[in-house]
Design a binder for this molecule. Structure first.
Ligand code: PLP
Length: 409
């Protein structure tokens, strides 16, 4: 199946390390660069590419950062995070997720993305297989490969709500399997695993002697189903799970770069060593603001969640009116992932659309709407639309997409 690893830049000079030459360009970043160039040329674009909240960071969180700056929190911070934040995370995990972690089992990183890379480097030996349910967030395969692991993509089905089933997991396991990546709510499909679904998967995991789980719960606060559950809270799972989370999505703090892992010892100790090797501790005043956010800013996240929910409903309604599109209802996060493959093979003005990359390029060229091709997420049937945009932009964007599709014959 299609995967970012297929676009490797083998034409880069050979004096560069193989691991560097092999890094694939994420589809999201390729599209974002195209959009930036068009915008710089003052072209009117409806941008549905974005993977970050369109809200500003709430003022009281900014204020907490200002106070930390004034208090002199401007120096190197402890490698694994400032004590205040590690404690706030441990308290949050207990309060909201039913998880028992000591503060020293929490390691703060420069965003969840670094936490994910740290986790892969901590657990993977060269050749270890990593189960990646598809569609997946495009950064997982890169993090896995950079650490020497080998992604094994397991395609999920629309009728399973884009969720991995225990049978599909069991069928993908081999003696080399080392890590299973779970992402709930998921990017791009908005899949949310409930407690019973996780328990059924954990049963399979525990039957495999060396399998760990990386559970990325970064979108947990953008859950429309009320079903989100933490993987590590499932009986038996904690000793094999590294939980990934952060403040980027919940609190509209993508630029602050604060994420974290929660994992049992000795994994946490090793994660801190990797953090020390790569970047040292994360920005201290951003960490102080993150601690404040986790303790006190719940109301702001709820307001944003409700806005994403009403946009999800709007987008779903509009897409359902477009002929030949199949769309499943996202239960969380801020994306829609419609299947547009019924249009593949059709053409307009001599331009034939064969796949999701052609389709996303066509949308951008013909009606100035930017989307992300599903191929970058391991599902070429679909394109990803971000709902981190105003209702007016979403209406305009989808009406333009419908017009572009109607022109294809
Ligand atoms: N995990 C998923 C599934 C994401 O979609 C993203 C960002 O797009 C991240 C992690 C990264 O979060 P952070 O900004 O904390 O690095």
């Amino acid at each position: 199946m299609s995967a970012p690893t297929e676009n490797k830049s083998s034409d880069l000079p050979r004096f560069l390390a193989r691991r560097a030459r092999d890094i694939a360009e994420p589809a999201t970043l390729r599209m974002a660069a195209k959009v930036r160039a068009l915008k710089a040329a003052a072209v009117d674009i409806v941008n549905l590419t974005i993977g970050e909240p369109d809200f500003d960071t709430p003022d009281d969180i900014k204020q907490a950062a200002k106070e930390a700056l004034d208090a002199g929190q401007t120096k190197y911070s402890p490698i694994a995070g400032i004590p205040e934040l590690r404690q706030a995370i441990a308290d949050k995990l207990k309060r909201e997720n039913g998880l028992d972690y000591d503060a020293d089992e929490i390691v703060v990183a420069n965003g969840a993305k670094q936490a994910i890379a740290n986790c892969c480097m901590a657990l993977l030996e060269p050749g270890d297989e990593v189960i990646v349910p598809a569609p997946y967030w495009a950064a997982y395969p890169s993090a896995v490969e950079f650490a020497g692991g080998r992604p094994v993509y397991v395609k999920t089905r629309v009728r399973d709500g884009f969720k991995l089933t225990p049978g599909a997991l069991a069928a993908a396991l081999t003696p080399k399997s080392k890590l299973l990546i779970l992402n709930s709510p998921s990017n791009p499909a908005g899949a949310v695993y409930g407690e019973a679904e996780l328990a059924a998967l954990i049963e399979v995991v525990l039957g495999h002697p060396r399998l760990w789980i990386m559970s990325d719960e970064i979108y947990e606060r953008i859950d429309f189903s009320g079903r989100h559950a933490s993987t590590a809270a499932v009986p038996g799972a904690r000793v094999r799970t590294v939980t990934i989370n952060g403040v980027s999505k919940a609190f509209a703090m993508t630029g602050w770069r604060v994420g974290y892992t929660a994992a049992p010892m000795p994994v946490s100790a090793v994660l801190a060593k990797i953090q020390a090797t790569l970047t040292s501790g994360a920005n201290p005043f951003a960490q102080a603001a993150a601690a404040f956010a986790l303790r006190e800013a719940g109301a702001a996240t709820e307001r944003m969640r409700l806005a994403y929910l009403s946009r999800r409903d709007l987008v779903l309604g509009l897409l359902q009116e477009v002929p030949d599109i199949r769309v499943s209802r996202p239960d969380g996060a801020f994306y829609a992932f419609p299947d547009v493959s019924a249009y593949y093979g059709r053409a307009v003005d001599g331009r034939r659309i064969a796949n999701s990359v052609d389709m996303a390029d066509y949308f951008l060229d013909a009606v100035r709407v930017s989307t992300v091709p599903g191929a970058g997420f391991g599902d070429d049937r679909c394109i990803r639309l971000s709902t981190a945009a105003s209702e007016a932009e979403l209406r305009e964007g989808i009406s333009r997409l419908a017009r572009a599709l109607a022109a294809l014959r």
